[in-house]
Design a protein around this ligand. Sequence first.
Ligand code: GAR
Length: 205
Amino acid sequence: MPDTHKRVGVLISGRGSNMVSLAEAAQAPGYPAEIALVISNIPDVAGLDRARSFGIATATIDHRPFGRDREAFERAVDELLRVNQIDLVVLAGFMRILTPWFVKRWEGRMINIHPSLLPLFKGTHTHRQALEAGASEHGCSVHFVVPELDAGPVILQAKVPVLPGDDEETLSQRVLVEEHKLYPAALADVASGRARLAGDVVIRA
Ligand code: GAR
């Protein structure tokens, strides 16, 4: 294995289609990362089965028993990532807000995909936000995670047109197709060291 080969932990909360796109990309010879572990905060989601079908180790850490103690939940996640010698954390439809403690611990080593052209349309219901704003284009962004929600420096973005007659479903599908290409490309950039976080900017080698 080359030095740049990174062990990746993917955090999910649902169907896991982005995780699948990463697992598929990682099968290519020379891809600089392997998906070593998938953790869900919700039991029995489809993404866990899909990960297992790739032979990837999976775990569920249900956030609910931790109540309001977000950090206790994250300490459990962090412990599992470390036990599994994870180098990079990839958020793929992981619908929990992370505390500054966890973000700091994985600073420069944790990325997220967000279904909008950041800094536009942060938070949830991004496709609805884009439609309501009358946007003519929309898309997705992969960014390093910083404490502020959906605010980290962008590594890569992909655009799609908003077409007449689009609704949330058609627009989200068009964006999702791009997400599945963008995320493997961005992870390869980070895992190989071609893109790295320096302060609040992304430096490209
Ligand atoms: C994706 O569209 C992803 O961009 C979005 O959730 C979906 C997860 O789908 N993430 C966010 O909205 C994060 N703020 P998936 O489980 O099939 O990858």
